[in-house]
Design a protein around this ligand. Structure first.
Ligand code: WT7
Length: 635
């Protein structure tokens, strides 16, 4: 099954060259030889970035769950597909074999059907990291329903916005979730969200914490009861290659989150191919990605990519610090994890703790380490390499995005070199390019510019749900004819890429992509706030943290500033989620603006980063005097 796994640098070079010279022949061969299709495609690729329109494997029919489950049953039926590690280390691990996964997905698919869900319907999934999350995703795919997983850390308002944007008919949730020592009332959050959602007909509730919750008559149903009544086989729905598989929301630089739409065949082929290559997965390996399935990392590299390869994938419910900061390493030892994939923010948090947390754990099973979500700094890279990989595990610094569906730039272990802080080389099928601010492509090496991708790859998002114009504007207008990533990058003398960070109003906090606009909108909801601006500043653990400049209305003068700070953060927690809370809030008399009224975030960013002597020319501002005041009162 690992026919498409690259071995050695020479193979990487020739594979890459073929993928650029003959992309259609390249993907045609990979797709033909490594997947099951009900019907083969008529054309490999049809594309036009000016519309933009991209179609891979048109004419083909398939079901992704046949590829992720059914085809493995004959040879891997008793192999563990999902290894579930609960929040509480004293609760038993679950080994879910491919046979069991098949039965659970089929039953769940029948439950969806008996509750009126059919092909093309949208189903919102708001669950903790328990096996039902992966099972419900696959059950949707089995019947052709479009899943929209919302990370269970989002607030009720964020949830209702996402449910309404794509008109979900059903929500799948649980009675609650465990997080370290805490429990969270997920069902209560769903109930609150649904006061704003008229399209939802059914809520399926999985029992996890056995809390006493309210069930709304006629709307809410216990999942376990429904499953018990469902039959154990559900015929897979045959999908067209370009039928949507899922929607996943990501924040942008304006208010509404963007519902990125991923389609079936290209996404499957690309995530499977890259999983096998980037992690060099071997048949009996145990692979663990610590992300939440609520993010694209979990969709592509906990669920679809690993299962399409017949892999054993770990689902971990808990946190890295519970019951102590050795938990990750306890799990690596317990399950003899071979590939471990996490975020730089987690590495930095653990690196701050004592090395005693590693004491006594046998990490010798590890072969490959991965990072994702934000640039990894040199110090964290070396800590990971020395203390976790013992200098013998290649680190794959994987660069990609919700929009790209799969990893585009990354080392391939034992094939290409690693270099600290560099995502290094493009994977086969990826044609990166750097552009300057005049829209001119930068040729040659030792250059820095805006990172774009010049040619389609199979797992790229096809549109934004309900807003194709916004898709074109956001990704295909800055540099016409190419896909603009929103990231800056430099290319060194060897052609290795280093991602330097966002060039737009998106800030990456602990690996979470946060748009400034939605947070500012949330702050401005506070009755005493006149206006606000958010910027990022460097933070030891989170990478970047949020700094808010807030101008208050006059009636706020009598209020205690610290109380106001708490209220503003509560507002953000309610409207978005805890991940978007501000680390620092400075009250200002005004915000620096251009003559056309645009807030100059560049100046605010410099002040927040302590670069007050280096603000550039501020004389063209509408109100240069506020800058002095802001500088003096910086936190
Ligand atoms: C943004 C995408 C891809 C899944 C997780 C995040 C940043 C991602 C890296 C990396 C430097 C990275 C980029 C990108 N990013 N991986 N290895 N090195 N930056 O998905 O929430 O869509 O965020 O995360 O800025 O554009 P996302």
């Amino acid at each position: 099954m690992s026919d498409y796994q690259i071995k050695g640098f020479a193979a990487y070079k020739s594979t890459y060259q073929k993928s650029v010279k003959e992309p259609e022949a390249f993907w045609d061969e990979i797709a033909s030889e490594n997947f099951v299709w009900q019907k083969k495609w008529d054309t490999v690729l049809d594309w036009d970035f000016s519309k933009p329109e991209v179609k891979w494997f048109e004419g083909a029919q398939l079901n992704i769950t046949e590829n992720c489950i059914d085809r493995h049953l004959e040879t891997r039926g008793d192999k563990t597909a999902i290894l579930f590690e609960p929040n509480d280390p004293s609760e038993a691990t679950q080994h879910i074999t491919y046979n069991e996964l098949s039965e659970r997905v089929n039953r769940f698919a029948n439950v969806l059907k008996s509750n009126g869900i059919t092909k093309g319907d949208r189903v919102c999934i708001y669950l903790p990291m328990i096996p039902e999350l992966a099972v419900s995703v696959l059950a949707c795919a089995r019947i052709g329903a479009i899943h929209s997983v919302v990370f269970a850390g989002f607030s009720s308002t964020a949830l209702s916005t996402r449910i309404n944007d794509s008109d979900c008919k059903m929500v799948i949730t649980s009675d609650g979730s465990y997080r370290g020592e805490k429990t969270i009332d997920l069902k209560g959050i769903v109930d609150e969200a649904l006061q704003e959602c008229s399209v939802v007909e059914t809520v399926l509730v999985a029992k996890r914490i056995n809390s006493d919750i309210q069930m709304k008559e006629g709307r809410d149903k216990w999942l376990q009861l429904e499953l018990g009544a469902a039959s154990a086989f559900c015929k897979p729905e045959m999908m067209d290659a370009e039928d949507p598989l899922f929607i996943l929301y990501t924040s942008g630089s304006t208010g509404m989150p963007k519902g990125m739409v991923h389609t079936t065949a290209g996404y499957m082929v690309y995530t499977a191919y890259t999983f096998s290559n980037v992690f060099q997965y071997q048949e009996n390996d145990v692979y663990w990605c610590t992300a939440d399935i609520g993010w694209i990392t979990g969709h592509s590299y906990i669920v679809y990519g690993p299962l399409a390869n017949g892999a054993t994938t770990v689902i971990f419910e808990g946190t890295p610090s519970y019951p102590d900061c050795g938990r990750f390493w306890a799990i690596v030892e317990k399950h003899k994890v071979n590939q471990f994939y996490t975020a730089p923010t987690a590495i930095r948090a653990l690196a701050k703790e004592s090395l005693d947390n590693l004491e006594g754990y046998d990490l010798s099973s590890l072969k490959v380490l991965g990072t994702v979500g934000e640039p990894i700094n040199e110090e964290a890279w070396h800590w990971y390499d020395e203390n976790i990989g013992k200098k013998k595990c290649p680190i794959v610094d994987t660069w990609w995005q919700t929009e790209t569906g799969g990893i585009l730039i990354s080392p391939i272990p034992n094939c290409t070199e690693t270099k600290p802080t560099y995502a290094t080389l493009p994977l086969p099928g990826t044609q990166p390019a750097l552009f300057d601010e005049n829209g001119v492509e930068l040729e040659g090496n030792n250059l820095e510019g805006s990172l774009c991708i010049k040619y389609p790859w199979p797992s790229m998002a096809r549109t934004i749900w309900g807003n194709h114009n916004r898709y074109r504007e956001t990704y295909f207008s800055a540099f016409p004819g190419t896909y603009f990533t929103g990231d800056g990058a430099l290319r060194d003398g060897d052609g290795f890429y280093r991602i330097t960070g966002r060039v737009d109003d998106v800030i990456i906090v602990s690996g979470h992509n946060l748009g400034t606009a939605p947070i500012e909108d949330a702050i401005n909801e506070h009755p005493l706030v006149a206006e606000s601006a958010i910027v990022g500043f460097p933070h030891d653990i989170k990478g970047s943290a949020l700094y808010g400049y807030v101008t208050l209305k006059e009636k706020a003068l009598s209020r205690n500033p610290d109380d106001l700070r708490l209220e503003i953060n509560q507002m953000i927690a309610d409207l978005i989620g805890l991940i978007a809370k501000l680390d620092k809030i400075q009250f200002t008399n005004g915000l620096p603006k251009t003559r056309s009224g645009k807030i100059m975030r560049r100046i605010l960013r410099k002040i927040a980063c302590g670069e007050v002597d280096n603000l550039g020319d501020i004389s063209t501002l509408l109100n240069p005097e506020v800058v002095e005041d802001i500088k003096e009162n910086v936190i």
